[in-house]
Design a protein around this ligand. Structure first.
Ligand code: ATP
Length: 928
């Protein structure tokens, strides 16, 4: 049953039960102004801070309860639900039946320790995911005490006035008061994927939720337009809260590699059980060993060969990686992205804010007759105007004031000073214009009071302009338009005349527009990497109170151009370089002018400073043509979001693995299509975040490069864990199998094998999860995404190391036996040899084929050193304390024995380092 079907009947039968002062109110069926009265709120002032605090005490936070968590006991018990544990439990029962109580106890201990590790590891993974969820808190624009502020959505209370705009996730249930072309995707609530058009008119009381087009429901997404509304229900009282659907899906730590490893572990377990059965049959029937003895040996073999620790180690490695990325501002929303990051070959990045600082400052105002320079930096509205190098008083520059007023009124941004710093609310381009207007001496509050806004066409990146309609108190109407110069110039028939200041009639103040002049000026400023906007106006009669696109087609008069700088981020320049060294091509995709884009690209090392393509050129190309050139062109300008989708598809068709950044609602399809969609945490819309695999908490390109590095490291570490665990398991298993096949006594007993596996899994293998990045991690090409997990290299290394371990362990065991020591003594030697082998091999496993014979190689991973120290202590206890001697049938060995053990076991280090050298010398590229 769809969600729609589920909620329809319920909503018809039960009225909205949003309780305000005890009343059950059908918000959609009462007038919008009336709903404000019910809620004791005011559209202009919003709630006061004090009132909102009171209401929060009463109604609670605007949050849904998190899904119930499994209890500790449940989580512990679930650890036993695993094929390997079943095998072990069966072995435990059989050993008990055979009265081998020590074996039973050890098996029980192993199973329990394993479960504890599992619970701890899950806790760690969950913590990593929780941290991520908390970083992705959702924000709302709320009016409090008469001013709009940005708040965490969970702070909303009934009665709050909120604005909604394209890209927002609706933060609560809202009765719409003022609507401008609002379209909302309500699929989460109604199952309907086509966005619904909204309005503010009253509806009949029996309208079902899915048709209440004057309401906006929590969790749904604004795909277009703009609206103001009043919050009528929060938290569990919202529609979504009532149907009890979680807004954020709960994810488990799983990725393709992890699934592959899980699968591999299962197949290995099965193969091992079959192999152990054969070995058992061989021992009993061919070698004439006793059933009980052979059975225990077969269990030992199974335990030795199954990489029981592997899945847990993999999950921990991934959890640590995800946490580390989050600490470095890259929030992973879908875990498989961690692996994909490592194979990215192209990053397509927005310019504004990601590559540049997004701190726009107007530097030049071009009025045709005059060209003003503007001083000051950032959003600090202190600065002055210069004309021909001389500072001028803006009060005497009437045309400049006209432009400043237009820039201020056709604007949604505001600047406030907090703790000595000027902070911006809204769009940076608009923030720069507010600063410009204040520098010219205008007071934003006063101007907005004097020329109240009657209507708006909001900025959308498709049309690249914004227009507003204002009426002064005498009723004079004015339309202000600002936007990309080519667009605005296209709409203007007039420009202000050189003598406009002294003109007596409006007609005298304007003249036919000289587009060539303005386009030349625009290009000159853009070529310096500046963003240029054109500003225009038109007078309309008092009764003209609705603003339509068609109003912009005639009579528009250009006032002038403004050019603003947005410096590249220094760290992004370095990151682009790093990406290039890592074999990753960086492409810049911007809505800005092509000359601005080329200039900024050249400053950042993207493209060659000459070649660039515009959105309209791209539109004229067929998919085939685009695919042919897409790899060579790095700068794309004047693009719209749909061009991003074509670019991603073209690159993917060329077999590339593509990361794409985006912030707007229309970027969502490209983000979804990209191998790794990356949304902006600060300036991104909620819609883009929902579509992305990764969110940048700092909107910074450098963070992407770091995440790629981290992604490559995590993948490396996952592979290193496999590369460490499989050969050691193979060595253990081969020792036992060899003994049975040769009919000799086991060099290591099953309980001893269990001990070694358990103790090395919690120490050595885990240490690899903390392995720092290899030094060339960003100096090698991206990983081939199709490369199999079980690469030839991995299989070779498993066999190679497995054989060294068998030869050393078995060899020493036989040698000691022939020297006449007890079986227990020889076995203690064998176990310690095996453990020492693992320690030495751990060092070698830290780097795939780089040598570890240097400071970084030996001392580079502190956790590994601690793990080794802990392991050595355990081995000493195992060898020298009497309870352990009884439990594991060990004997104290002499100091000289240790020397022999170290001598033999260090051979693995020497041999593997030699093997790596051979690979390096051959320059054989081994994709790790
Ligand atoms: P990038 O794609 O590099 O991040 P962007 O997203 O800022 O750049 P758009 O927002 O699509 O690019 O802007 C494209 C053009 O639209 C700008 O070059 C500018 O001329 C114009 N523009 C940008 N913001 C506004 C605005 N708030 N009002 C009017 N016009 C704007």
């Amino acid at each position: 049953m769809s969600v729609r079907e589920k909620i329809k009947p319920q909503s018809v039968l039960s009225p909205d039960r949003t309780e305000i002062e005890g009343a059950a109110i059908q918000w959609h069926a009462i007038d919008n102004k009336e709903s404000l009265q019910y809620l004791n709120s005011d559209e202009k002032a919003g709630l006061s801070q004090a009132e909102s605090t009171d209401r929060q005490l009463k109604y609670g936070l605007n949050r849904l309860p998190s899904p119930p968590k499994k209890s500790l006991l449940q989580r512990f018990l679930l650890q036993f639900h695993n094929i390997l544990i079943y095998v072990l439990l069966a072995a435990g029962v059989t050993t008990a039946l055979l009265n081998h109580w020590i074996d039973t106890a050890v098996i029980a201990a192993v199973v329990i320790v394993n479960a504890i590790i599992g619970v701890v590891q899950e806790g760690k993974a969950e913590k990593a995911l929780d941290a991520i969820r908390n970083m992705l808190s959702h924000q709302a624009m709320v009016k409090r005490d008469g001013a709009y502020i940005t708040l965490d959505a969970d702070q909303l209370v009934p009665g709050d006035i909120v604005t909604l705009q394209s890209g927002d996730k609706i933060p609560a249930d809202i009765r719409l008061i003022n609507v401008h072309d609002l379209r909302v995707d309500e699929a989460i609530l109604t199952g309907e994927s086509v966005p619904t058009e909204k309005h503010h008119n009253t509806l009949s009381v029996d309208t079902v939720v899915a048709d209440r087009s004057n309401m906006a429901y929590s969790g749904t997404l604004v795909t277009y337009g703009h609206a103001v509304g009043v919050v009528v229900a929060t938290g569990t009282k919202t529609e979504i809260g009532r149907i009890n659907q979680m807004l954020s899906e709960v994810e488990t730590l799983e990725t393709p590699l992890l699934r592959e490893v899980d699968q591999l572990a299962k197949w290995l377990s099965l193969a091992v059980v079959i192999l152990a059965s054969f070995t058992f049959a061989y021992g009993v029937f061919v070698q004439d060993m006793t059933g009980a003895e052979t059975f225990l040996a077969a269990v030992g073999l199974a335990v030795a060969a199954i990489p029981e620790g592997l899945p847990a180690i993999m999950t921990i490695t991934l959890a640590i990686g995800v946490q580390q990325m989050a600490q470095r501002s890259a929030v992973i929303r879908h875990l498989p992205a961690v692996e994909t990051l490592g194979s990215i070959s192209h990053i397509c990045s927005d310019k504004t804010g990601t590559l540049t600082r997004n701190e726009m400052t107007v530097r030049t105002v071009e009025l045709g007759a005059q060209r003003y320079g503007v001083t000051g930096s950032g959003y600090d509205p202190h600065g002055s105007f210069t004309l021909n190098g001389e500072t001028v008083d803006s009060d005497n520059e009437a045309e400049l004031m006209k432009l400043a007023r237009a820039a201020l009124l056709c604007n949604d941004a505001s600047l406030v000073k907090k703790e000595g710093q000027w902070l911006l609310t809204g769009d940076p381009t608009e923030g720069a214009l507010v600063a410009l207007a204040i520098k010219a001496g205008l007071d934003p509050a006063f101007e907005q009071e004097e020329y109240p806004r009657t209507d708006i066409i909001p900025f959308e990146s498709q049309h690249k302009y914004m227009a507003t309609l204002h009426h002064d108190h005498a009723g004079h109407g004015t339309i202000y338009l600002k936007g990309a110069p080519e667009r605005v110039l296209d709409m203007c028939q007039f420009q202000r005349s050189a003598t406009a200041a002294g003109a007596e009639t409006p007609e005298q103040a304007r003249e036919a527009i000289d587009k060539t002049f303005w386009l030349d000026r625009m290009q000159a400023m853009a070529a310096q990497g500046q963003r240029v906007l054109a500003i225009a106006k038109k007078s309309v009669p008092a009764e003209h109170i609705e603003l339509n696109f068609s109003d912009l087609n005639d009579d528009m008069c250009l006032i002038g151009l403004v050019a603003m700088i947005d410096p590249p981020r220094d760290e992004a320049i370095a990151a682009v370089k790093l990406c290039h060294s890592a074999g990753i091509r960086v492409k810049m995709i911007t809505g800005d002018h092509v000359d601005t884009a080329k200039a900024i690209g050249a400053q950042m090392g993207i493209g060659d400073g000459h070649r660039a393509m515009t959105g309209s050129e791209l539109e004229e190309m067929s998919d085939d043509e685009l695919q042919k050139i897409v790899e060579d062109v790095d700068v794309y300008a004047r693009t719209s979001p749909e061009h991003k989708l074509r670019l991603v598809s073209a690159l993917q068709a060329r077999g590339k693995v593509v990361a794409m950044t985006g912030d707007g609602v229309n970027d969502a399809p490209a983000l979804r299509r990209a191998d790794v969609g990356i949304a902006m945490g600060i300036n991104g819309t909620e819609v883009s975040k929902e579509a992305a695999e990764m969110v940048l908490a700092d909107d910074n390109f450098a963070t992407i490069a770091r995440a790629v590095e981290e992604g490559r490291t995590v993948y490396d570490n996952l592979k290193k864990a496999i590369l460490f665990i499989l050969p050691t398991n193979a060595g253990e298993a081969l020792s036992i199998m060899g003994a049975i096949l040769m009919g000799t006594i086991l060099p290591i007993t099953p309980v001893q094998i269990l001990w070694v596996n358990m103790i090395t899994a919690v120490t050595l293998a885990l240490a690899l999860a903390f392995e720092p990045a290899e030094k060339n991690v960003m100096g090698r090409p991206p990983r081939d995404p199709k490369a199999p997990l079980l690469s030839g290299f991995l299989i070779w290394r498993t066999l190679f190391v497995g054989m060294i371990l068998v030869a050393g362990t078995f060899g020493l065991f036989l040698w000691y036996q022939s020297a006449g020591v007890s079986v227990e003594y020889a076995r203690t030697i064998a176990v310690n040899t095996l453990v020492m082998f693992e320690i030495f091999y751990l060092f070698s496993s830290r780097f795939f084929i780089e040598s570890v014979v240097n400071k970084a190689g030996i001392l580079g991973n502190r956790i590994a050193l601690y793990a080794i120290a802990v392991l050595v202590v355990f081995q000493l206890l195992f060898t020298y304390t009497s309870p352990m001697q009884t439990l594991f049938a060990t004997e104290a060995i002499a100091l000289t024995d240790w020397l022999i053990i170290i001598l033999v076991s260090s051979s693995v280090f020497v041999l593997v380092e030699l093997e790596k050298k051979v690979f390096r010398d051959k320059r054989q590229k081994i994709a790790p």
